[in-house]
Design a protein around this ligand. Structure first.
Ligand code: NAP
Length: 238
């Protein structure tokens, strides 16, 4: 194999790491989105810790889910986890992360927060000062590895135990390939779901904002719409 061929083979975008041994924490894991992600990941065999502002609420939510899920306050959840999903409302995003800076040091953080406003016309995208929720996380957590993913999922479908597969792609953004590969691999643990690299964090605003459009789709068609990216196939060397 030539050097170019070797390089090309080494950069197969679907050659993702084994993440099955990682502990995943979910800040705000007592809410719909966090609970849904915790459920799906735990059901896939991942060790999951739900975080909450109140340890007791997290423990209760974890007990309801079963599947070996544990509950703790957000700080302990962050400390005990390798990967930490941020699933708190936009209104509490900055304060939550600011308080957890030390606990999240060195962790892989996955932000799924969509800064949205709602008025008579429906949902609309807010414009965070830093550019996006993910960029705000990166600014507040300089010693963490911040990525963005899981924005376009329906918490209703995630939590529905009768649904075996979540038919959707997950756009994954971040600065380091090792980190986005890992998040892609985590998304792929959930049957039906696929993680697709979608750029650097400076592109997170579009991804977060698109949820406003999905909410309009859901309202008109009474759906729980997800996203599929076409012509992105898992066939190395094409
Ligand atoms: N729902 C969806 O379908 C969906 C889909 C994709 C992405 N998201 C994003 O995921 C995030 C969570 O959505 P959600 O619908 O699960 O929200 P949620 O139920 O309103 O909130 C999630 C949890 O966050 C905690 N929380 C509430 N207010 C807080 C504050 N001011 N500061 C810190 N923590 C607070 C609460 O847990 P404790 O009281 O136990 O601390 C709550 O259970 C949002 O940013 C949303 O944009 C949601």
């Amino acid at each position: 194999m030539s050097e170019t061929e070797t390089k090309k083979a080494a950069r197969d975008p679907w050659d993702l790491p084994d993440v099955s041994g990682l502990v995943v924490g979910v800040l705000g894991g007592t809410g719909d989105q966090g609970r849904g992600l915790a459920y799906r990941l735990a059901r896939a065999g991942q060790k999951v810790i739900i975080g909450s502002r109140a340890a007791e609420r997290a423990r209760a939510a974890a007990a309801e889910l079963g599947l070996g899920v544990e509950g703790a306050d957000n700080a302990e959840c962050a400390r005990r986890s390798d990967v930490v999903i941020v699933a708190v409302p936009w209104e509490g995003h900055a304060a939550t992360l600011r308080a957890l800076r030390e606990d999240l040091r060195g962790k892989l953080v996955v932000d799924c927060v969509n800064p949205l406003g709602f008025d008579k016309q429906g949902a609309y995208a807010l414009r965070p000062e830093e550019g996006s929720a993910a960029q705000q996380a990166a600014a507040l957590l300089p010693e963490s590895r911040v990525t963005a993913a899981f924005h376009h999922l329906s918490a209703v479908l995630l939590q529905d135990e009768t649904i075996d597969e979540i038919d959707t792609d997950v756009m994954v953004l971040g600065e380091k390939r090792a980190d986005t590969d890992l998040v892609q691999a985590l998304a792929a643990r959930i049957p039906g779901m696929r993680g697709v690299f979608a750029g650097r964090l400076r592109g997170a605003h579009q991804v977060e904002s698109l949820v406003a459009n999905l909410i309009s789709v859901n309202r008109r068609y009474r759906a729980h719409a997800g996203l599929r990216l076409t012509d992105v196939e898992e066939s190395p060397g094409r």
